[in-house]
Design a binder for this molecule. Sequence first.
Ligand SMILES: Cc1cc2nc3c(=O)[nH]c(=O)nc-3n(C[C@H](O)[C@H](O)[C@H](O)COP(=O)(O)OP(=O)(O)OC[C@H]3O[C@@H](n4cnc5c(N)ncnc54)[C@H](O)[C@@H]3O)c2cc1C
Length: 465
Amino acid sequence: MAPGDCLGPRSIGSSSRTWLLWACYGSCSAGRLRSYARSKSWLKRCLPPVRSASSFSVVVSIQTGPLYCPNVFTSAGSGSGTSTALTYNEIAERHWTRGSMKPARTSQELVGAVMGSELSTLKVGGPCGSFARARNASELDSVVKSDARALGRKPTVIGFGSNLLISDDGCRELLLQFKDDEANASIDPRSGLVKAPASMPWDRLVAQTVDAGLQGIECVSGVPGTVAGAVVQNAGAYGQELRQVLREVVVYDTGQFSFDVLKARNCRFGYRTSAFKSEKFSRRVVVEATFQLRPLAVSQIRYDDVARQLLMRHGIGPYPLAAIRQAVLDTRSSKGMLLGEDRNPSAGSFFVNPECSGLELYRHTRVNPRLREIPRTKVGYRTYRLSAAALIEASGFRRGFRSGSAGLSDQHALAIVNLGGACADDIVKLAKEIRSAVRSEFGLTLKPEVVTLGFGRKADPFKRS
Ligand SMILES: Cc1cc2nc3c(=O)[nH]c(=O)nc-3n(C[C@H](O)[C@H](O)[C@H](O)COP(=O)(O)OP(=O)(O)OC[C@H]3O[C@@H](n4cnc5c(N)ncnc54)[C@H](O)[C@@H]3O)c2cc1C
């Protein structure tokens, strides 16, 4: 975080907590820092030795309140130096050798502040003042018990950030990234039972189950994110959805500091949603997921693009799971639905495909007969799901559309991309334009698939427009 990237005076307040947050975000002169420390004795104890008498000297990110060690960002020079994030242990070694201030934890890496753009695949978002990482359940437990409790708030847990839109003002809550790129699932190839740590990358899990010959999630290959993110979003693609094979999840309650097992039927899964997105479940962190996959089963390929590829390469099926996985990955690649360094940052599909009843559809079609041309699938008794990408294109936003630094993917009209240097406001502006164009053309309101963070309830960009 560069010194200028602070939230600044908006966070100034008289209560000790707001004051503490100001200290977190603000960059200030050594003199000012000392004078604050004089009025707050605990802060004095927290401060590292400040030598420079003038200009910007240190940015103190006090994550955990008076009783814990603050993270310190030491500026490279005065005023405009770039900050270096130090790990908890490094900070402890450099600044904390006194009494009760010794580090209590060693395993997890704590990072004081981080830009939201580093946490989301869209690469937008401002400074998130309190940020921690955990790789497994015990690290999660210890971070929540120490940091979240000291801050007095429940943390917001994120995974890979592949479905996040973080505000330019950043996030004030404690962001906890639960992710471990090296984690492995425990797989029983005979029964098809798969237990996966929720911090594990989703596509790694798919690859491991395909290697083990288990059918059930091979069509969801290539979806970025963690297993937890996939559970929360009920990730799906090419005819398969996570809820079809999920048996149960282990959750951690950040209020009670306890673990619990939830059966899949209690997770209230819907199209790209689950109970974990509701206020009631917001304290529950998914830490493990158990899937029931099928050994020796044959996959049903319902999607034309994937089926065509398989037919061309392997003739008439049944196809090996590895071939299906590869065909899905190739199809995703041709649609710009894979992440890669050579691709513009995105969050995949920005909107979900809208659903409406037959009657609604009839009414909208009478107003605009072009609605007949929009592809749809029947998803329930008299309920239809329409292609959001086709609606967007029919409303005048073609693939490759550009609006400043934000635009639409060249390969898929549903993916809003950061063309380089976009901020969250640019993305929101384009999304709102698209939404109102679709609404005025077809009378249908697109709902975002991405989860917004840091906008506040009232300022949620997609609630009002
Ligand atoms: C190129 C691209 C293609 C994509 N294609 C698809 C697709 O085909 N199908 C599809 O379904 N999605 C797709 N997505 C969206 C995204 O990858 C999925 O929704 C993914 O499952 C999100 O996982 P994540 O770890 O990145 O979650 P994040 O984006 O980090 O978080 C998403 C939500 O989950 C919550 N969350 C994360 N971890 C936990 C936890 N441990 N406990 C409780 N809550 C948690 C967060 O608070 C947030 O609300 C795509 C995204 C991209 C960038």
